[in-house]
Write a protein that binds this ligand. Structure first.
Ligand SMILES: [Mg+2]
Length: 266
């Protein structure tokens, strides 16, 4: 049974304080930054940035931002203090090193071709926007007329169909996503980050994962003992706790920074 996070802070504090390191995994849109009409405008508030900077400066904390955006996009929006897992975890930037899922990386030229064809066929539809993110692509129709959506969907299906051995389509919030057919999700990315962290941290690592998306549910499922937090009340979740919105996420991060012994002391 998922609990309101605010009622469970003592339990969460004791779980964090029982460990010698904290891996803090955070989705970006709707979690660290408010959802805005144009995704290009999404920004963290000054307060969120300040607490994230504070947390990443502590030796007891490793932060990772895990998002559907490309890792390069995250670099601009978040910076490099955190591990950046872009394209739903298919690429991970850690300091100077970048890891990319091998099959997804191999198919990148095919995806680039698909995006070119989509622009050629749908570029004239007002408000339709093709975003080539390297390992995945998004076809945004938030600003298109609803009468044009069936046409957008038809063009997309026609263009992607010949490549359905490598790619599949998924519908999100006012967006169609083109994703590589690989067994990899945000949860796989977190497990990879955690495995690598265990090589440098000898003690127990507490994991906290916060996200607002269906794609974050994969991570919640793969982290049954972790401090998992779903943002928003509307959707069913496998997370242990819930908060209402991104403002509460920032409050929770402030609480971790000031009220847990592990993070306060190191
Ligand atoms: Mg999100």
């Amino acid at each position: 049974m998922t609990q309101p996070l605010i009622d469970r802070l003592p339990e969460i504090a004791s779980e964090i304080d029982a460990a010698s390191h904290l891996l803090l995994c955070l989705d970006f849109d709707g979690t660290l930054a408010p959802i805005v009409p144009d995704p290009a405008d999404a920004r963290m508030s000054a307060e969120t940035r300040a607490v994230l900077d504070q947390l990443t400066s502590r030796s007891a904390v490793t932060a990772a931002v895990i998002s559907g955006r490309s890792a390069r996009d995250l670099q601009m929006r978040v910076g490099l203090n955190a591990i950046l897992a872009g394209n739903h975890g298919l690429e991970i930037i850690e300091g100077n090193a970048i890891w990319r899922h091998p099959a997804a990386a191999r198919w990148q030229p095919v995806l680039h071709e698909i995006c070119g064809e989509l622009v050629a066929r749908a570029g004239q539809i007002p408000g339709a926007l093709v975003e080539d993110k390297g390992l995945t692509a998004s076809f945004h129709y938030r600003n298109a007329a609803s009468a044009d959506v069936p046409l957008i969907s038809e063009i997309l299906n026609t263009v992607v169909a010949p490549h359905d051995d490598c790619f599949f389509l998924r519908e999100g919030r006012k967006v169609f996503e083109i994703l590589p057919k690989v067994q990899w999700d945000k949860g796989s990315a977190v497990l990879r980050i955690l495995e690598r962290l265990h090589k440098t941290q000898s003690g127990e690592i507490a994991v906290c994962y916060i996200g607002d998306d269906t794609t974050d549910e994969c991570a919640f499922h793969r982290l049954p003992g972790a401090i998992t937090v779903r943002v928003g009340w509307n959707q069913p979740t496998a997370a242990r706790f819930r908060v209402a919105g991104d403002a509460e996420v920032t409050e929770f991060l402030n609480w971790i920074s000031t009220s847990t012994n592990l993070v306060r002391q190191r």
